[in-house]
Design a protein around this ligand. Sequence first.
Ligand code: SF4
Length: 510
Amino acid sequence: MDELRHECGIAALYHFADDRSCHIWKGDPDQTTRLMTRMLLDLQNRGQLAAGFSSFNPDRDQLLDTYKELGTVSEAFKMAHEHKHASIMEDFAGRASIGHVRYATCGPTGRSYAQPFERRHGCKWKWFAFAFNGNLANLAELRAEVESYKDYHLAREGDTEVIMHLISHALRGDEKPDLVKIFTALSRKLEGAYNLVFLNALGEMVVLRDPLGLRPLCYATDGPLFAAASESVPLLNMGFQKIQSLEPGEMIVLQDGAMTVHRYAEPRPSAHCFFEWVYFANVASTLDGRSVYLSRSRLGEELAKLEEEMGLFDPRDGNTIVVPVPDTGKAAADAMAYALGIRSQEGLIRNRYVGRTFIEPGNRADKVRLKFTPLREVLEGKRIILVEDSIVRSTTLKTLLGFLREAGGVKEIHVRVACPPIVAPCFYGIDMATVDQLYAPKFLSCNEPTRDELAAMAYDLGADSLVYLPLDAVAKCIGLPAERLCRACITGDYPTESGRKRYELELVAK
Ligand code: SF4
């Protein structure tokens, strides 16, 4: 609803040129890059601003080469133009590739910020490309470190260029360093979320998950074909059978015809971002062994239990329906309605073709009208339980509630949020980086709202009532212990030192 954005999604493909049989790809190993666009399409939910990939091909002058453009995957790769798309695929064909979809949570949106970033060099092991998903919480310190290197200069904002220079700096000298050692040393500097895919001009690949496992990263193999992606859906759709999550602090190295898994950073308690299950990830994904769809369904069941306990009204009065805010609220809404024994109806239709539009309407009401259509036939005269995945800024929700009453003819709106209140910013790759951007802190005295606070929020939103899930529901519904999740934006308790410091500064500045 609040159109929260992720920093990015990453993907990797590697075809060992050997005789093992492969069920997924039967053609020329050098053409496996054609699968990359398909993977990136399946990761489109994680970024629509730009897309790109780098490929390795030893038979090409440009051993490593990068194609990237602004736009969605289909726009960037000219998928509506058969010949142009075929020509890109031909020019950038290779048996190893890394890919990226971008949404910028900070920094400019120009093409030079699109990933992968490629650093060219005459020495093959110093010539590399990489892409990353995440956000560094200690960026200011890292920028200062790079700028302290003799004659180094940063030409862009943000963290990607900083990581590129840190890797370049680690590769200096005449001896080819061990890839595991490079990234072990890097992990001691980086703090926050940073899943990485790396490819050099020797055709060596690294796929790495940060030591806290903040963002998900999945991988699978089929004979000679290896693939990795931010979520499981691209791997599932390609036909991989056994999809695994890379453990936090582990990296996969593909070199010398073999794949090896290494622990490059000391094990630490994981801090998987709970928001992946609640909102960000594709509902068809399974992350760290936990299904996104089932997690959202259980959140809906918890909402139903709360509804029964509170007894604010009789949901089985024959005039009450559950309505999901499309699309991420649907699994929770359906499960809630089923548990209550009432109907879940799509009273609000999302225009799927608006997408990321450059034609920004003049005001928020126009924007809401462009994105949603209330179905008067379903809503008129009804009491609706509107199920929302989360409330971050609330601006769109407020407008939507007015629209539901006015255009949909709804009698009562009871907002139910399948998540606790968002009370603190995110410094790990989600675009809510300051307390001022958040709705709930203006009303709440602590993380769990009182009845009076909820009533004040409902009044402000224009709802007849408002209910959030309690803090403990998140871990319970995902099925992971709370200590293994990052819940900083609902508790204010950050998993990294820089996160804690930045939050303190935010509170002082308030
Ligand atoms: S602060 Fe919230 S959104 Fe950010 S990583 Fe942690 S749980 Fe996810």
